[in-house]
Ligand binder design. Structure first.
Ligand code: HEM
Length: 445
């Protein structure tokens, strides 16, 4: 990592992602979307895509622009594509959300916004996929393989999403209507399971061993974890598409994918446990301690999914399941890792150029873990309370949980801005001769 180029627009991706997280939390606090309305209602779709594309996908893309070159020890295929991709994704998402609002009667009936937004999103994601894919393809080892499967799943997700958007505008004929009628679970599993979860797993292998000074997980071991996950997504997408073509039910396909997904999560747990066991840095930093709460959420998710399927209550509680996946497992991990990544990149950008020529602070001098810990604890406690509220169908309790999550997120963002501003670095070390303070939203490289 030291010596690697700093991705210029990663901070801008993170900032935009956090802005969308606020939008989503605000919607939840005022009670817009599920559970106040149906899970497939337009208001829910606004909320789902603000979280899935705006928050999680943008944060993931920003992190990947920095980390894929590190994973494969090669420069990014095209550094200049990152900013146009961010603009396309942002405008595309605004348009898609406008389309959902038109669908729900909150805006005049301009349904063309849906296909228009889909085209922009496809263009933006295409830039990301080609750029990262060509970079990772050069040396597809260990974690980079997870990223490649994640990017493949992203292609499936946006393919389905684009067909849905054209179908909802009435522009996709009977084929589009057929895909829209049955394809939503496939789109959701490819997006949440394939793109976001497998990519987060891959990146976490590298980040965890790097930040805890642990040897990398054995390649053969992580390959089995990936194979189970990739098979789950392949069965879902290919089997599901076949089931749509044959006009048969999806339950067999989704059950097989569920078992494979569970196996992949269990194997991932084993891999992560071995990184923790073999680490040389015994004292866990805050981001690691908080990441364990995200892993606890993933374990809770597996148990919840199992219990719901066992009691034949999965369909009734799919909202609680997705909520825990999105906010406990994925968002929790992203927030914990953002806290460390921003500190690390800020340190590298500010002090890398003067290292060896002047005394410089340690990365840990940029953070105030004691102060930041409480915001993470508030966030996770709120997410678990929110999951319980959804299981109990308590709409107002969920809104209170969302308000508490917002408090936690505001606190975490304040800490991240302080890191970027070097606000916690003691004065003589803060800007040694020749060091330049970083910009909040982009790297000066
Ligand atoms: C080109 C990008 C995308 C487009 C155009 C798109 C479009 C859509 C549309 C039109 C629906 C609603 C279908 C219906 O119920 O009528 C939908 C549902 C959904 N999408 Fe996307 N989507 C995109 C990307 C994503 C991504 C990247 C994710 C996740 C990572 C995602 C997650 C979901 C989920 C979970 C649902 C089901 C929501 C529910 O039923 O409440 N989408 N998408």
């Amino acid at each position: 990592m030291i010596g690697a180029a700093i991705s210029r627009w990663t901070m801008a991706y993170f900032a935009m992602a956090l802005a969308w997280l606020f939008v989503a939390l605000a919607l939840m606090v005022v009670g817009i979307g599920y559970p106040a309305v149906d899970i497939a209602a337009p208001d829910t779709l606004v909320l789902v895509h603000a979280v899935c594309i705006g928050w999680l996908s943008l944060a993931m893309c920003g992190a990947l622009f920095q980390f894929v070159p590190v994973l494969v020890a090669r420069p990014l295929y095209a550094e200049t594509w990152a900013l146009p991709a961010l603009v396309l994704l942002t405008v595309g998402l605004v348009s898609l959300i406008g389309g959902f609002m038109a669908l729900g009667g909150r805006l005049p009936p301009a349904l063309w916004l849906l296909p228009f937004g889909a085209v922009l999103l496809v263009a933006g994601f295409a830039l990301v996929v080609v750029d990262l894919g060509l970079t990772a393809w050069l040396r597809p080892t260990g974690p980079a393989r997870f990223v490649l499967v994640g990017l493949g799943s992203l292609c499936a997700t946006i393919g389905f999403g684009a067909v849905f958007a054209f179908a909802l505008a009435g522009w996709a004929g009977s084929f589009g209507d057929l895909v829209l009628a049955s394809g939503i679970p496939l789109h959701a599993v490819a997006g949440l399971g394939g793109w976001l979860t497998l990519t987060a797993m891959g990146v976490s292998y590298r980040l965890l061993s790097m930040f805890m000074l642990a040897p990398d997980v054995d390649d053969r071991q992580s390959r089995v974890t990936l194979a189970a996950g990739a098979l789950a997504i392949a069965v879902t997408v290919a089997g599901g598409a076949l089931a749509i073509g044959l006009a048969s039910g999806m339950s067999v396909v989704l059950s097989i994918a569920g078992v494979l997904g569970l196996a992949s999560a269990a194997l991932y747990g084993r891999d992560i446990a071995s990184i923790f066991r073999n680490r040389r840095r015994r004292q866990l930093e805050l981001n690691m301690r908080m990441a364990t709460l995200s892993y606890a959420s993933l374990a809770g998710l597996a148990m919840l999914g199992f219990a719901l399927v066992w009691t034949e209550a999965f369909a009734a509680h799919v909202g609680a399941f997705v909520f825990l996946a999105v906010f406990g497992w994925l968002s929790g991990l992203v927030l914990a890792k953002l806290y460390k990544i921003v500190a690390f990149l800020t340190w590298l950008e500010t002090y890398g150029p003067v290292m060896g020529r002047a005394p410089t602070p340690r990365v840990q001098d940029l953070v105030a873990e004691g102060r930041a810990a409480k915001w993470f604890v508030i966030y996770y406690a709120a997410v678990w309370a929110g999951t319980a509220a959804l299981l109990a169908s308590e709409v107002d309790a969920l809104r209170m949980a969302a308000a508490m999550m917002t408090v936690g997120v505001v606190g975490i963002i304040r800490e991240i801005i302080r890191i970027r501003r070097l606000a916690d670095v003691e004065s003589p070390l803060r800007l040694p001769g020749g060091a330049v303070a970083p910009h909040l939203l982009f790297a000066r490289n």
